[in-house]
Design a protein around this ligand. Structure first.
Ligand code: A3D
Length: 320
């Protein structure tokens, strides 16, 4: 059977890291696309030349031509600009919306059967716009944020409890931004929910609240340290987990920015929710029950995403 074909739209910090991870994990052949001439070609060749040392079998091609993504099984989109210190993700809206139009049309014309994972910020609005511009089925276009946000949460919790990150599960809901909703009730260490661990004296409520806030600010913390761009290693790993779930029909339960129509009281919008990813793309949106406080936080987050979607419609009338 031929190797899967994975197209990476955007060959910047995340795009290059994605290509490297795909090769190391032998997930498929890589086509790295960018408008910048030489960047995708250079990164593809550099990674390919590590093949004899790393002993992977994968072909890597860099290109500036959308025709080269033809027939891709997965497209991962990072095209656009990242934020700089002091910027919010929402400040990127205008410029990245134009990029989503070009990318959406490129995918529509060349890889209409692909499972598309969007990473470009502001995430929830950009994945919505990318779906609109591409016209692909909703279940095949999804945004990566929740895996990263819950990964950050799990890392901080594992450090606090001095336990393996493998035994920490975390649950986040809502938009990728300051309003994201880490659900402590559904987050566990070895199956023990966080509120129980507070009662057991493993940590204090104050410390847990601080970890929740650090998770919300996780992206800004890295931007502040790097000064020249945003996080890319953990975002790339997170998108790879989603791509692998699709390619291997793993039926993983992962938090993603998915199209929700009916579940969680929503009627047709993209926002971060628990999903099942398998060969069909987003095969299920998990309709969880929320307490009144959780519902209030989720509604606030949903409203923030709706505001950004309206802003997109104001910028590009074809979306209205
Ligand atoms: P960067 O290293 O700047 O790479 C972006 C690449 O996109 C550059 O190589 C550009 O040349 C390219 N590009 C620009 N316009 C186009 C176009 N029209 N077609 C094709 N390529 C184009 O950024 P990055 O890789 O660090 O980040 C990429 C995006 O991901 C940014 O929008 C970030 O804000 C976002 N991001 C999201 C998360 C989430 O968790 C959702 C995390 C980290 C970064």
């Amino acid at each position: 059977m031929a190797r899967p074909k994975i197209a990476l739209i955007g060959a910047g910090q995340i795009g290059g890291t994605l290509a490297h991870l795909i090769a190391l994990k032998e997930l498929g052949d890589v086509v790295l696309f960018d408008i910048s001439e030489g960047t995708p070609q250079g990164k593809a060749l550099d990674i390919a030349e590590s093949g004899p040392v790393e002993k992977f079998d994968a072909s890597l091609k860099g290109t500036n031509d959308y025709a080269d993504i033809a027939g891709a099984d997965v497209c991962i989109v990072t095209a656009g600009v990242p934020r700089k210190p002091g910027m919010s993700r929402d400040d990127l809206l205008g410029i990245n919306l134009k990029v989503m139009k070009a990318v959406g049309e490129g995918i529509r014309d060349n890889a209409p059967d692909a499972f598309v994972i969007c990473i470009t910020n502001p995430l929830d609005a950009m994945v919505w716009a990318l779906r609109e511009f591409s016209g692909l089925p909703h279940e095949k276009v999804v945004g990566m944020a929740g895996v990263l946000d819950s990964g950050r949460f799990r890392h901080f919790l594992a450090e606090e409890f001095n336990v393996s990150m493998r035994d920490v599960t975390a649950f986040v809901l809502g938009g990728h931004g300051d309003t994201m909703v880490p659900l402590t009730r559904y987050s566990t260490v070895g199956g023990i929910p966080l509120p129980d661990l507070v009662e057991m004296g493993w940590t204090s409520q104050e410390k847990l609240d601080a970890i929740v806030q650090r998770t919300r600010d996780g992206g800004a913390e890295i931007v502040g340290l790097l000064k020249t761009g945003s996080a890319f290693y953990a975002p790339a790993s997170s998108a790879i987990e989603m791509a692998e779930a699709f390619l291997k029909d793993q039926k993983r339960l992962l938090p993603c920015a998915a199209y929700v129509d009916g579940a969680l009281g929503l009627d047709g919008m993209y926002v971060g929710v628990p999903t099942v990813i398998g060969a069909g793309g987003i095969e299920r949106v998990v309709d969880i029950k929320m307490t009144r406080d959780e519902q209030a936080m989720f509604t606030k987050s949903v409203d923030a995403v709706k505001g950004l979607v309206e802003a997109c419609k104001g910028i590009d009338p074809s979306l209205a």
